[in-house]
Design a protein around this ligand. Structure first.
Ligand SMILES: [Zn+2]
Length: 310
């Protein structure tokens, strides 16, 4: 598809949000993404005919064409480890349908079965994990899903400048029917505060994300970054998986980034099922950028961060 015709995932999602608000008013959350996908697609020559769970080892979901008639099926992974992400996955596949699918018509089935090779096979939500060719498409489908399930204006109103606590994070995941990871990632992407999230396994960051303000102050989360030994996620969680109800103030010296270490408020969740932890770091608003404990490291990381952003 030429770039000039490329649909904006955020605009597509927002126009559906406007439609939902018009029809359902304030009771539209969590978004009934299955009903929406069926309703929106049924006016097309190639509607979404089925949305079903299936056995998809290694994949989170798929959008695949029917072999005999112009129609699409969304299949999501039924594995319990993916349960918290089913709605996001359906929204992601619906995003491929709205943004990327080649429209199928009867002529594609002239010989009785589909004559073209098409479809989308999708891996779990990850930051920076896609190969170049797939990457833009996959990020667009994620963006579509994120804005469809969690419209920005509504999410902002829920958070209203507050600090992230267990209560607030639970409120967000229940309101939008999304996983902790999806909820936190969305918040990191729009918050004007200095904050970061880190998803880790066996003491190493799988991936992470820093807010814009945090990035500007030298906080960059690198895949493979070691989690400090005295990070809350390393110490252990209660039976709900949280290490505390509210962020715990930690002194400088525990979390170290390119410009050194500073005090931070830390909130962590540990999932035994997923064998993963998620840590949210919230920093003080003001930062004295003149202070640096290690100039060389600062330079290296800044360059690395600049390269990643381009
Ligand atoms: Zn995908």
């Amino acid at each position: 598809m030429p770039n000039g015709n490329r649909k904006s995932p955020q605009k597509e999602a927002n126009s559906l949000s406007v439609l939902l608000r018009h029809v359902l008013g304030e009771d539209r959350f969590p978004v009934d993404v299955e009903a929406l996908a069926r309703e929106v697609s049924k006016n097309n020559a190639d509607p979404i005919g089925k949305i079903v769970g299936g056995d998809l080892p290694g994949f989170e979901g798929m959008l695949r064409p029917h072999t005999k008639r112009p129609e699409w099926h969304i299949v999501y992974n039924e594995d319990p480890r993916y349960r918290g992400r089913v709605r996001f996955t359906i929204a992601h596949e619906f995003g491929h349908y709205q943004l990327h699918r080649p429209a199928l018509t009867d002529s594609d089935y002239a010989n009785g079965s589909l004559q073209r090779n098409t479809g989308f096979q999708c891996k779990p939500l990850r930051s920076n994990a896609w190969q170049d060719e797939e990457r833009q498409r996959e990020e667009e489908a994620d963006t579509f899903a994120s804005f469809l399930l969690m419209p920005l204006d509504d999410y902002r109103a829920q958070v209203d400048g507050q600090e992230m606590t267990v209560d607030l994070v639970n409120h967000i995941t229940v309101r939008y029917g999304v996983s902790l990871t999806a909820a936190c990632r969305k918040w990191i992407d729009f918050t004007e505060k200095r904050a970061a999230m880190i998803v880790a396994r066996e003491g190493l960051a799988l991936w992470g994300r820093a807010s814009k303000a945090a990035l500007k102050s030298g906080i960059f989360i690198r895949s493979g970054m070691p989690i400090p030994d005295d990070a809350l996620a390393a110490i252990g969680a209660d039976e709900r998986g949280f290490t505390s109800d509210s962020p715990i103030g930690r002194p400088a010296g525990i979390w170290r980034f390119s410009r050194g270490s500073e005090p931070v408020r830390e909130l962590a969740m540990v999932s035994e099922l997923l064998d993963m932890s998620l840590t949210i770091l919230q920093f003080e608003d003001s930062v004295d950028v003149g202070e640096s404990e290690d100039e060389d490291l600062w330079d290296t990381y800044d360059q690395f961060a600049a390269g990643e952003g381009s």
